[in-house]
Design a protein around this ligand. Structure first.
Ligand code: ADP
Length: 262
């Protein structure tokens, strides 16, 4: 049974706004997710959902913390914190002992090294280029006229991985369209697209060195086949959770709780 005081974390990402409520013990009791869009309507919707899901009103929130690209827009938040420390904290709370966190979101990809004590030690990040991020996958899904959540299922049916040689999203888009017109099967092209994201992520991860246990966070972690391909490439298991996309918001809520109870 959830017990107050309650703490709220909101992660205003480039693509999606995520909000969670945790109870006095730090357990996740409310979840909300909405497209970010422009302005504050998306984050507000995510927050309303999380509060309703927890069965509480905003007045019941003792402290809050905002993270993500749009965190400065959340003027009502008690505090603000970088995505790096929020993903580290959220992942360490769901997976005690985690040493590497791979976060692929809508606009960037990050690899975090976590110390044995659960603190953020180091990180590597790609925020300069859409290739290797959720945006790349979103663009490709729109070419096939499917949802990004359908890509994993297509890849499962692939027999030969198509080679996507362009490392730029715009050129890769043309390459995919020409492969489609040549009659290459969609599953094989999707497998090639996933392999391209995996290669990029593995490059980023190797810059830091990958220590097990490894956890994947962010929306792209919901793509099961991509996660499996990344695990094969890195040669280790990758754990995740159905709440992967909410882990940054969870970390923010736990920061708010920690600051209020310190
Ligand atoms: P940000 O914080 O930058 O907004 P997120 O961590 O919320 O990013 O991840 C958004 C990305 O996650 C989307 O661009 C999309 O590619 C991917 N994604 C979201 N939902 C799913 C899903 N159900 N299956 C696969 N990928 C998903």
């Amino acid at each position: 049974m959830a017990q107050g005081p309650y703490y709220l974390g909101i992660d205003v990402g480039s693509t999606a706004s995520k909000c969670v409520v945790v109870d006095a013990e730090g357990a996740l009791v409310g979840r909300g997710l909405a497209r970010s869009g422009a302005g504050t309507a998306g984050p507000q919707k995510a927050m309303d959902q999380a509060l309703a899901d927890a069965g509480i009103a905003f007045e019941d929130v003792a402290a809050s913390c905002a993270t993500g690209y749009g965190r400065n827009l959340m003027e009502w938040a008690t505090s603000q914190m970088s995505e790096l420390s929020c993903h580290a904290k959220g992942a360490a709370s769901l997976f005690p002992g985690v040493r590497t966190v791979i976060d692929i979101g809508g606009q960037d990809a990050k690899v975090l090294s976590i110390s044995a004590d659960g603190d953020l030690e180091n990180f590597a990040m790609n925020d300069k280029c859409a290739a290797g991020t959720g945006r790349f996958l979103d663009v490709m899904a729109s070419i096939f006229g499917c949802e990004v959540s359908d890509l994993s299922g297509f890849d499962e049916q692939s027999e030969h991985v198509a080679t996507i040689s362009s490392t730029c999203t715009v050129f890769a888009e043309s390459e995919v369209i020409s492969k489609l017109s040549e009659g290459q099967p969609i599953p094989d092209i999707v497998a090639g697209i996933h392999t391209s994201v995996v290669e990029r992520t593995a490059g980023l991860a190797r810059r830091l060195g990958v220590k097990a246990p490894v956890v994947m966070t962010g929306g792209v972690a919901l793509n099961r086949r991509l996660r499996e391909r990344l695990a094969e490439k890195l040669g280790c298991d990758i754990a995740t959770n159905e709440d992967s996309q909410l882990i940054g918001a969870l970390g923010a809520a736990l920061h708010a709780r920690e600051a209020a109870t310190r």
